[in-house]
Ligand binder design. Structure first.
Ligand code: ADP
Ligand code: MG
Length: 232
């Protein structure tokens, strides 16, 4: 019910794109783990929130009009103290005004910094004929340069998701190479299944992606660091 209301509000505002803040609410409603995160509206508030969350933090531009935040220098990681948090607010807001002058700026998101893990992307694009295609691949260069993504049609069963993951060429990176531990594959499968459920529940979702999903070693789970959703 909450997700339905949220989509209605986005539509009423004349938008089809959900920013990270809104997409986070949807992911949380589907039981996914997210970093602690709050919106700041001034440099002082950013420093206060960062203290509450605990250093180091990540800060990101929050705007319904800026979907690729890093492209405009809108993401800073490893912010270590209150002064750096308030400086980062100024810098990120400045870059947003400069590179995206017409964007509506909601503020700057202050977020718990997640520890490193393996980065995976889960994407959805809806084909008007066939339905929702769910793509899974390793993040970064594997997706952008090597196009190493495997697509399957929703709704997906656990077995189908298991097979989908193993069809990714860079799957050995998840399995662990050179003595590295195996990643938490079951937790990745859970996310793909939840995404499959979400897009089946809401046919109005035409596109979405979780990028990155950070995956830890077996038994340690996964965390959604960024998500976006586009409605019809
Ligand atoms: P965008 O994709 O819009 O450029 P992201 O939110 O994905 O912005 O952030 C860019 C990159 O910063 C991510 O791919 C990830 O590597 C890193 N990052 C983002 N949020 C966090 C976080 N909470 N903790 C650690 N690293 C993060
Ligand atoms: Mg991202």
């Amino acid at each position: 019910a909450h997700v339905r209301e949220l989509f209605a509000q986005v539509r009423e505002a004349g938008r089809v794109e959900l920013g990270e803040i809104e997409a986070r609410e949807v992911m949380a409603a589907y039981g996914m783990r997210l970093p602690d995160s709050r919106l700041s509206r001034s440099p002082e508030e950013a420093a206060e929130i960062a203290k509450e969350i605990g250093f180091p933090v990540v800060m990101k531009i929050s705007s319904p009009d800026i979907l690729h935040k890093s492209d405009i220098g809108g993401v800073r990681v490893g912010i270590a103290d209150p002064q750096a948090a308030s400086d980062s607010y100024e810098l990120i807001a400045y870059r947003a005004r400069k590179f995206s002058p017409n964007a509506r700026i909601w503020g700057v998101l202050v977020q718990e910094m997640a520890r490193k893990g393996r980065e995976v992307l889960v994407g959805v694009s809806r084909d008007p004929q066939f339905g929702a295609l769910i793509g899974v691949g390793m993040g970064g260069i594997y997706v952008e340069v090597l196009k190493d993504v495997v697509f399957r049609l929703a709704p997906l069963s656990r077995e189908e998701v298991r097979e989908q993951l193993r069809a990714i060429r860079s799957f050995p990176l998840l399995q662990g190479v050179r003595g590295e531990q195996t990643a938490d594959l079951e937790a990745v499968e859970d996310i793909v299944l939840r995404v499959s459920q979400l897009v089946s529940d809401f046919p109005e979702i035409v596109e979405m992606d979780i990028n990155p999903l950070v995956v830890y070693n077996r038994g340690e789970g996964v965390i959604v660091l960024d998500a976006r959703i586009i409605l019809q």
